[in-house]
Design a protein around this ligand. Structure first.
Ligand code: NAG
Ligand code: NAG
Ligand code: NAG
Ligand code: NAG
Ligand code: NAG
Ligand code: NAG
Ligand code: NAG
Ligand code: NAG
Ligand code: NAG
Length: 346
């Protein structure tokens, strides 16, 4: 079972380059990796292969009260969940669930809803024609548990009887002593929490399970250059319209169309932020021959991005990007100079 695919792509992209923190690409990957390590939480119930990325934040600025409500944002497996919870509540308030579908990104499975934790039946969810099944939440041993049973085209059946996703005594400042309130930690576990964190990495895809093999097949079918972590879904329609959805450098996605004869484009640039999802940065329209520059100023991200195409030695055009972004929570991020995304089929 994989962790959030956005993160998976991200860290494998980071691993593809030299281990040198002065490289902006590499330093970005280590920033994300540190951030993910800081916010990783393992409960006591459920699949041991599934760490939970947990980011609790205060709903109000009066965080003093032990039972003040906390906005809980977590990712586990393919899922991302946003909810509001106060210690002792029997309801997960305003809970929404999204699933990360490899390549296509994030899709909503459950629109914001109040979910009683005593619900014995799971909630039916579906993305028609893509995903169907159930999701549920419960409470046990002072923890909130999530379960799912979903059929997907990219990983077959995903089934989890109940994994702990956060402690019922949850606080915005998530320290070892606060964790202790959720369950009785062994002194060895506490020593581990207090000491330096173990290095955080994602397992490479192996054909260990049928699910791994399916995911690998799925990714291989669309991978343009796996060494560079670039994944593209491209179609050339009968009227020769070229449509693309390409993800590269771990966090960037470009989707839209390019006219093969004039190389004029109409594309949208996105950044994939763990737990925030695909954030639209800019609509980029114009000629790729002269190059198009977009100013980016959206919630979470500011910066600029330039796209252009140059005729390569293969007689086809190579698509390049040069971007410099400043991302809230993550810091500044630049493409390593002018970065070749891929060779276009024309
Ligand atoms: C990282 O790159 C810099 C400059 O290119 C170089 O001086 C330094 O030795 C490198 N560090 C490592 C650990 O490779
Ligand atoms: C969480 O569980 C995973 C898998 O068992 C393990 O590799 C990781 O070190 C654990 N993390 C913590 C913080 O205990
Ligand atoms: C905290 O909340 C109170 C009451 O809503 C408000 O007056 C105050 O400005 C807030 N303080 C901060 C630092 O946001
Ligand atoms: C419920 O959650 C959504 C986002 O998931 C948010 O936009 C909305 O403001 C929330 N409503 C309440 C009452 O907190
Ligand atoms: C579950 O909790 C809700 C909210 O506290 C309550 O209204 C409902 O009666 C409970 N249902 C059962 C079966 O206990
Ligand atoms: C998904 O739908 C199919 C067809 O209705 C059904 O056979 C299958 O059991 C459903 N999957 C899950 C996990 O509920
Ligand atoms: C923790 O230990 C105390 C005292 O030994 C016990 O009363 C309590 O039930 C334990 N809590 C959990 C969650 O196991
Ligand atoms: C996994 O299985 C697929 C299909 O059977 C195969 O093409 C691929 O090479 C295998 N990958 C590894 C790493 O063994
Ligand atoms: C992948 O990266 C290598 C090294 O930076 C570069 O030489 C190669 O052209 C890239 N491939 C593509 C398709 O961009």
């Amino acid at each position: 079972m994989k962790f959030s695919t956005a993160l998976l792509a991200l860290v494998s992209a980071g691993a593809a380059v030299a281990q040198n923190v002065s490289d902006p690409f590499e330093s970005f990957a280590s920033l994300i990796s540190d951030w993910a390590t800081e916010n990783q939480w393992n409960g006591t119930a459920g699949s041991h292969n599934l760490p939970v990325l947990l980011v609790p934040s205060a709903v109000t600025n009066s965080s003093a009260a032990a039972n003040s409500p906390v906005e809980v944002h977590f990712g586990t497996g393919y899922f991302e969940v946003l909810t509001t919870y106060a210690a002792g509540d029997s309801v997960l308030k305003n809970t929404s669930v999204a699933i990360n579908v490899p390549i296509w990104g994030r899709a909503e499975l459950l629109a914001p809803l109040d979910i009683p934790l005593n619900l014995s039946k799971s909630i039916p969810v579906a993305i028609p024609g893509v995903v169907n099944g159930t999701i549920g939440f419960s409470a046990a041993e002072a923890q909130v548990l999530m379960n799912w049973d979903l059929d997907t085209p990219f990983a077959g059946n995903l089934n989890e009887a109940g994994i702990s996703v956060f402690p019922q005594q949850i606080y915005t400042h998530f320290t070892a002593s606060q964790l202790k309130a959720a369950r009785n930690w062994t002194s060895q576990e506490l020593a581990q929490l207090a000491g330096p964190r173990p290095p955080f990495s994602f397992p490479v895809i192996r054909n260990a399970t049928a699910e791994d093999a399916l995911l690998e097949q799925f990714l291989t079918a669309f991978t343009v250059d796996s060494a560079n972590g670039t994944v593209a879904v491209q179609t050339l329609a009968a009227n020769s319209a070229y449509n693309i959805d390409v993800s590269f450098l771990g966090i960037i996605t470009l989707t839209g169309s390019i006219d093969p004869s004039s190389l004029s484009c109409s594309l949208t640039l996105y950044v994939n932020i763990p737990l925030a999802g695909r954030v639209s940065l800019a609509k980029i329209t114009g000629s790729l021959i002269t190059g198009v520059t977009a100013q980016i100023s959206v919630v979470l991200v500011t910066g600029t991005a330039n796209l252009n195409a140059k005729l390569g030695s293969s007689g086809k055009h190579d698509l390049y990007i040069n971007a410099g972004l400043s991302i809230t929570f993550i810091g500044s991020w630049n493409t390593p100079g002018e970065f070749k995304i891929m060779t276009l089929p024309f």
